[in-house]
Design a protein around this ligand. Structure first.
Ligand code: XMP
Length: 508
């Protein structure tokens, strides 16, 4: 198996995975390596091009990360980004110095269209700038092919040596034509053929998993979420029969969810263990109203159940996790191989018997994981589900959690989601919440006394902030009627029109 390879050399910038992703998007395989990789190691990878990432340091400082300067004489095309272009200029004999005026944010860049990086683009571009140093004197052989008001060498090249660099960040969305520039680098400068796709990723991962675990068994905590499900599908293919998936049914799932998870894995080549822990969780949660306490109890109980089941299987060294790249950022590191806290349900204890992690999705972004899932035969509907918190409906029930309340919420939530799907209304996440408020109502000739349900539908890109989705009154009216008519015990429906901030997405 051989694909043309782009090596992304890491100098400590926050966007290295995004660069690797942009390369993959353009159907070229990419691998991230430390910036100080030896030339020997680099040559073994036989790259068609190198991308030097940004980084927080100053190249002229003695202890800042450097690469072997011979790297620029190998005849391999190089694209330097931010710190990467400064390092290129510095290593080739140019001068890098502090900016007179530092640039942050979207900036207009006038580019020279004779540079292949900008082929097919307009002479005025927008680029995301974030720098306090800049190239003040170009090395011999280089020419300036882009400038901003404050940065005279915002893009440079030495086409003879196939060296190119930009001070701005083409990998981020804030550089609208950045993808095009990266594509130009790959296809116009490196001569890429576009011989890589998700199928290749799958095959590579399968080989890596096999070489990591050999014939040993592997255990996976399956939450039913997209990431752990796709991870399971990949492991199943790599090591058929060696995978044990433990799905802890804590009873806080949405309507039919436990069965859907089971159905998705039935008939596949995994040892699927569904643990019915509903009673166990509910009895621990009895009388608890404080939201953080609920979360703690659920997290701890999950670990205990997982541990009990793992013990029954005997000594297993390998723990698989569906960690994806955004989780790696969230947990504050990207090199550590320690067992990271299970962001869905609370940390797995360090003293468990596992000594090695298997994390085949670690470099991928969510949409790539979804694409891989579909490719691996998981149902599209299952793979494209909205985010659902690990503590489940527990973070959508105000006050004490009881079986009856869970049933009410499950029904109301199912109706809301079904109607939303039918209406094709644009919202990124939508669900129902059960409040602890009951009020008097009237149905037929009878007085009722039931709960109030809140409908929540939000629009967001990253779930860190959101706006409420402006659902039509007609739709809201229809949903309200359907819920109060078919869910006995719910007598009032309200719609949440708060954004985040000041609110949050969930209700706890
Ligand atoms: P909040 O309520 O913090 O939610 O505004 C932001 C996004 O995160 C999801 N969420 C969770 N996801 N484990 C998860 O995996 C959790 O404990 C958790 N709590 C909230 C929430 O659904 C929303 O998409």
């Amino acid at each position: 198996m051989y694909n043309q390879t782009i090596v992304v050399l890491d100098f400590g910038g926050q966007y290295k995975e995004l660069i690797a992703r942009r390369v993959r998007e353009n159907k070229v395989y990419s691998v991230i390596k430390p910036g100080n990789i030896s030339l020997g190691e680099l040559k073994k990878l036989n790259p068609i091009g190198l991308v030097l990432t940004g980084g927080p340091d100053s190249v002229y400082k003695e202890d800042s990360p450097k690469c072997d300067p011979e790297l620029f004489n190998l005849g391999i095309p190089v694209l330097g980004i931010c710190y990467g272009v400064q390092l290129m200029a510095y290593s080739c004999g140019g001068v890098v110095s502090p900016c007179g005026v530092s640039e942050y944010g979207k900036t207009e860049v006038d580019v020279d269209l004779k540079c292949l990086l900008f082929k097919g683009l307009e002479p005025r571009q927008t680029g995301l700038m974030s720098h306090t140093d800049q190239i003040s004197v170009l090395p011999e052989g280089f020419v300036c092919v882009g400038k901003t008001v404050n940065c005279p060498n915002a893009a440079i090249m030495d086409p003879e040596k196939k060296l190119y660099g930009v001070q701005f960040h083409p990998e981020v969305e804030s550089t609208p034509n950045g993808r095009e520039m990266i594509k130009n680098f790959l296809y116009e400068i490196c001569g890429a053929d576009g011989d890589y796709d998700m199928k290749d990723y799958e095959e590579r991962m399968i080989m890596e998993i096999r070489s990591q675990v050999g014939k040993e068994p592997v255990i996976l905590g399956l939450s039913g979420g997209v990431d752990s499900s796709v991870c399971a599908a990949l492991l199943e293919k790599a090591i058929p029969g060696q995978l044990y998936c433990i799905f802890v049914d804590h009873g806080l799932m949405r309507k039919n969810e436990g069965d859907e998870v089971e159905a998705a894995f039935k008939g596949r080549n995994v040892n699927f263990i569904r643990v019915d822990a509903r009673e166990r969780f509910l009895s621990k949660l009895k009388g608890v109203t404080e939201p953080e306490k609920k979360r703690r109890i659920i997290g701890e109980e999950f670990v205990r159940v997982f541990e009990d089941e793992a013990k029954k299987l005997g000594e297993i060294r390998f723990l698989a996790q569906g960690t994806i790249y955004p989780d790696v950022i969230e947990s504050g590191g990207n090199n550590s191989a320690t067992i990271k806290s299970h962001h869905n349900v609370g940390g797995l204890p360090e003293n468990m018997c596992f000594t090695e992690l298997v994390e085949p999705l670690r470099g991928l972004f969510k949409d790539e994981v979804r694409a891989l899932g579909v490719q691996m035969g998981l149902p599209r509907k299952f793979v494209n589900r909205q985010p659902f918190p690990g503590p489940g409906l527990a973070v959508r029930i105000i006050g004490e959690i009881t079986f009856e309340k869970l049933e009410l919420l499950r029904e109301a939530d199912a109706i809301f989601r079904e109607e939303m799907d039918r209406s094709r209304c644009k919202a990124d996440q939508y669900f129902a919440v059960l409040t602890d408020t009951r009020s008097v109502g009237v149905m037929g000739d009878f007085r009722t006394y039931g709960y109030t349900v809140v409908l929540r539908a939000v629009r967001t890109n990253d779930f860190m902030t959101c706006e409420y989705a402006p659902l039509s009154h007609k739709l809201l009216g229809r949903i309200s009627l359907k819920i109060v008519n078919s869910v006995k015990g719910i007598t009032r429906v309200v719609y949440d029109v708060t954004g985040k901030p000041p609110a949050t997405v969930e209700w706890e």
